[in-house]
Each structure stands twice: as structure tokens, then as C-alpha cells.
Ligand binder design. Structure first.
Ligand code: DQA
Length: 147
């Protein structure tokens, strides 16, 4: 089983950026931890981060015929990007949306997500643990489908 983790804009600055909201873990350490957990589950995990919308769209397209499930923290593009929504729907790969913060407890403009309604599920508000919870949820569903 092959999973893909996509992180959107500004998430490369985790660890220095608004630590009161996003915590002190760097993206590097989050990715490394998740790779270890993926290995324990016998799955491969590819990690991708970009600050640009088009690069994220390309990454989603490149997942066709390679990736069984996607974990995505689209950052601010969650609230603005129809292009990322369309890309996710175009490739027919199941995905889980995740966020470090509870976006519904924050500014109103973060309450809209262009990707939630088509996601398998949504995990938000657990800091770096959101990544692990999202992967566990995604694997659970993918394994049920494969049986
Ligand atoms: C975020 C929440 C978004 O609203 C914000 O723009 C981010 C990070 C999160 O993980 O909590 O960049 O996706």
C-alpha cells in the first residue's frame, strides 16, 4: 500500500511559525515520525510540501496509478482552492483532510473547506497528532475496501 502526504503553503515553516497555534514540531520531524509509523504498518509514505497551488495540483495528478490514499493538509488553500478540490476529485484517490489547529474554532474564513465534503474524513485540532490520526483513519478504510 502506498500513501502520499501533501502539505500546503507555509507548513514548511512549522516549528517557527505561530507556535502558540501550530506547536513547536518542524515539518521534517512530523514527516519522519509518520514515515516510521507507516513502516510499522507495512505501508510506504511519500511526503510532499509546496507553497504553490499548481505544484500541489501536479503532485495530485502524479499520484494516479501509484498512490492508494492521500493525506492532505492544504493549509490556507483549503479555504480558497477549487483547483486542488478538482484535482483530488479528478484522480479518484481516497483522501483524508487534516489540520493541526481546529479551524472551526478560529476565524470564520477558516470554517469553509473546499475539500471536506468529498473527503473520507477530516481530522483537525490535535496538533502534530492530527497526522497520525489521519493516517490511521485512512488505512482503516483502505484495508476494509481491500478485503
Ligand atoms: C492549517 C489551518 C489553515 O487555516 C492555515 O491556513 C494553515 C494551517 C492547520 O494545519 O491548522 O496554514 O491547515
Amino acid at each position: 500500500m502506498h500513501l502520499l502526504l501533501i502539505n500546503g503553503p507555509n507548513l514548511n515553516l512549522l516549528g517557527q511559525r505561530e507556535r502558540d497555534i501550530y506547536g513547536s514540531a518542524t515539518l521534517d520531524s512530523i514527516e519522519r515520525d509518520l514515515q516510521i509509523k507507516a513502516k510499522d504498518e507495512n505501508v510506504s509514505l511519500e511526503c510532499f510540501q509546496s507553497n504553490s497551488e499548481g505544484a500541489i495540483v501536479d503532485c495530485i495528478h502524479n499520484a494516479i496509478n501509484k498512490i492508494d490514499g492521500i493525506l492532505i493538509n492544504a493549509g490556507a488553500y483549503t479555504h480558497t482552492s477549487i483547483a486542488i478540490r478538482d484535482a483530488l476529485l479528478s484522480v479518484h484517490i481516497p483522501y483524508v483532510e487534516l489540520h493541526l489547529s481546529n479551524t472551526y474554532a478560529r476565524e470564520e474564513f477558516r470554517h469553509n473547506s473546499f475539500i471536506s465534503d468529498k473527503a473520507i474524513g477530516l481530522v483537525c485540532g490535535f496538533g502534530e497528532t492530527s497526522y497520525e490520526l489521519a493516517m490511521r483513519g485512512l488505512l482503516n478504510v483502505l484495508r476494509k475496501v481491500k478485503k
